[in-house]
Design a protein around this ligand. Structure first.
Ligand SMILES: Nc1ncnc2c1ncn2[C@@H]1O[C@H](COP(=O)(O)OP(=O)(O)OP(=O)(O)O)[C@@H](O)[C@H]1O
Length: 253
C-alpha cells in the first residue's frame, strides 16, 4: 500500500490580478519528512503554503493533509496541522501565555491540558520569563517563538512553518531546530520555507525549489543537490538575474 502523504498538492493555482503567484503546483510531502521549500523572493511560497493550509482559497487545484481535503473538510484537516504563517497578524495585545492558551482553547482542548502544555512550551522555547509580557512588547524573534508555541499546542501531525527562523537569534534557532528534529523523529512531519540554503541543507531531508509559481525540482535533498551544494544547485535552477554593473554610481573608487 502506498503511504498517504502528509501533504498532497494537485494543480494548485492562484493569481492576483495580472500576477500569477502560483501556476499549477503539484507536490507530495511524505509523512515523517522534514521538508524545505526554497525559492527567490516572490516565488509563490507563501501563497502556496497559505492555500495548502486553508488560509487562502485557490483558483484551481486541491490540497489534502494526511488524506483529508483542506477545502472540502476544513475542520478535520485543520485539526491535523499546526501553522506558523508568515506576516500574519498576531493578537499582540495578549500576553505570551494568553496567546498560547487562546490557541489551545480555540482547538477545543480542555483548560487543564492547555495550561500544562502552555507552561511546557513557553519553558522549552525560553519564554517563561516573558509569559506575562504583552506580545506587542516582544522582539521579532520572541514573536516567532510564541507563534510556534501556539502552532504546537494541539500536538499536530503536520507542522507548516513559513520562515520560522527569520529574526530568530542563532541560539534560539538551533534550539528550535532541535525541537523540530525531535518532533520529526517521533513521527511528525515538518514543512519549512526558508531563504537560508545552508540551513535547509543541514536540517531537511527533502526539498522543493519553487520559482515563478512553479516547482523546478523536488525530492530528497541529495537528489535535488545532485552532488553540489544546495545553494549552487538553487542558483543554477533559478538563475541569477542580479547585475551590479548598473550601480556604478555606488562605487567609491
Ligand atoms: N495579496 C496579494 N495581492 C497581490 N499580489 C500578491 C498578494 N500576495 C502575493 N502576491 C504576489 O504573488 C507573488 C508571490 O508572492 P509570495 O508572497 O507567495 O512569494 P514568496 O515566495 O513567499 O516571497 P518571499 O520569499 O519574498 O516571501 C508575488 O509577485 C507577490 O507580489
Amino acid at each position: 500500500m502506498i503511504p498517504v502523504p502528509a501533504l498532497a498538492l494537485r494543480g494548485l493555482a492562484k493569481r492576483f490580478g495580472d500576477t500569477v503567484a502560483v501556476a499549477g503546483i503539484s507536490l507530495d510531502v511524505p509523512a515523517g519528512s522534514f521538508y524545505g521549500i526554497v525559492g527567490p523572493n516572490g516565488a509563490g511560497k507563501t501563497t502556496m503554503l497559505s492555500m495548502a493550509t486553508g488560509l487562502l482559497r485557490p483558483d484551481a487545484g486541491s490540497a489534502s493533509v494526511c488524506g483529508v481535503d483542506v477545502w472540502a473538510q476544513p475542520l478535520e484537516a485543520k485539526r491535523t496541522m499546526g501553522v506558523l504563517p508568515d506576516g500574519m497578524g498576531v493578537f499582540d495585545r495578549l500576553t505570551g501565555a494568553q496567546l498560547v492558551t487562546y490557541a489551545g482553547l480555540l482547538r477545543g482542548m480542555d483548560r487543564a491540558t492547555v495550561a500544562r502544555r502552555t507552561v511546557d512550551l513557553l519553558a522549552v522555547l525560553d519564554l517563561a520569563g516573558a509569559a506575562d509580557t504583552l506580545v506587542v512588547d516582544y522582539s521579532a524573534g520572541m514573536t516567532k517563538k510564541v507563534t510556534l508555541a501556539a502552532a504546537l499546542i494541539h500536538a499536530p501531525r503536520l507542522l507548516v512553518l513559513d520562515e520560522p527562523f527569520e529574526a530568530v537569534d542563532p541560539v534560539s534557532s538551533s534550539h528550535i531546530r532541535q525541537i523540530l528534529a525531535e518532533y520529526v523523529r517521533t513521527g511528525g512531519t515538518v514543512i519549512v520555507s526558508s531563504h537560508v540554503m545552508d540551513l535547509v541543507e543541514r536540517m531537511c531531508d527533502h526539498v522543493a525549489v519553487v520559482a515563478a509559481g512553479r516547482v523546478l525540482a523536488a525530492g530528497t535533498v541529495d537528489d535535488v543537490r545532485a552532488g553540489r551544494t544546495l545553494e549552487e544547485r538553487f542558483v543554477e535552477l533559478v538563475g541569477s538575474p542580479h547585475r551590479s554593473e548598473g550601480l556604478s554610481w555606488l562605487h567609491t573608487s
